[in-house]
Design a protein around this ligand. Structure first.
Ligand SMILES: N[C@@H](CCC(=O)N[C@@H](CS)C(=O)NCC(=O)O)C(=O)O
Length: 215
């Protein structure tokens, strides 16, 4: 099967995770960020991730892909219960974290930004929605402090390094992509349980962290 993604995209990480967890073969295709034609041809809109199945049919929406692939072999892995405290934590952090992440993503060496046009497409689109990146960069120290404080709260919610609630659940699929994105940012204080969970999930899901290109 083929998965069309952007490497920086947390929704794409959700879809990648289920393939890694189940150790299923997958061809990853990183689209240029300004390539509107490929996604529009597959699903009628510019959106990633997109799963192209062996019969050629294309499936959008990360959680639809996760649930479909989890059931492929009739041995689903995501059987654990969700903890409402995890979705509350994610809702709170997702309320501000893009102000920290988007300016760094726009500068990083992701394959979807292999041409200057693809990088500008991203920067212009995102600045139109979250505001001027140079202005946001001035707030980075405060945002890094906020996220470090919030990670200390998350530390108390982590039950095991291999599953946030003790057994793999959709909470893991929602939580790990955000932690992976945060590895793009230098200076964050990672509490030990969160760091163990982040590293263990990267191994289990076969999805790389971004520390090597952090700024
Ligand atoms: N509900 C969708 C959201 C996916 C999404 O927002 N993807 C972003 C990338 S992170 C996207 O493709 N945006 C259009 C663009 O980048 O032009 C899902 O869960 O798959």
């Amino acid at each position: 099967m083929k998965l069309y993604i952007y490497d920086h995209c947390p929704f794409c990480v959700k879809a990648r995770m289920i393939f890694g967890l189940k150790n299923l073969p997958l061809e990853l295709i990183v689209m240029l960020n300004d390539d509107e034609q490929t996604p529009k041809k597959l699903i009628g809109q510019k959106m990633a991730p997109i799963l192209q199945q062996a019969d050629g049919s294309a499936v959008p929406e990360s959680m639809d892909i996760v649930r479909l692939v989890d059931k492929y072999d009739h041995q689903p892995l995501l059987n654990g219960k969700s903890n409402p405290a995890i979705s509350d934590w994610l809702r709170h952090v997702n309320g501000y974290v893009n102000k920290l992440l988007l300016p760094r993503i726009a500068d990083a060496s992701f394959a979807e930004f292999a041409t200057p046009e693809a990088r500008s497409y991203f920067s212009e689109k995102k600045q139109a929605s979250v505001g001027d990146f140079s202005e946001l960069r001035k707030h980075a120290p405060g945002l890094i402090k906020n996220i470090s404080d919030d990670l200390r709260q998350l530390d108390k919610l982590i039950v095991k390094p291999n599953a946030v609630n003790g057994e793999l659940s959709e909470d893991d699929i929602h939580l790990f992509p955000l932690l992976r994105s945060l590895t793009l940012v230098n200076g964050i204080e990672w509490p030990s349980r969160v760091a163990d969970y982040r590293d263990n999930m990267a191994k289990q899901t076969q999805v790389n962290l971004l520390s090597s290109i952090a700024a």
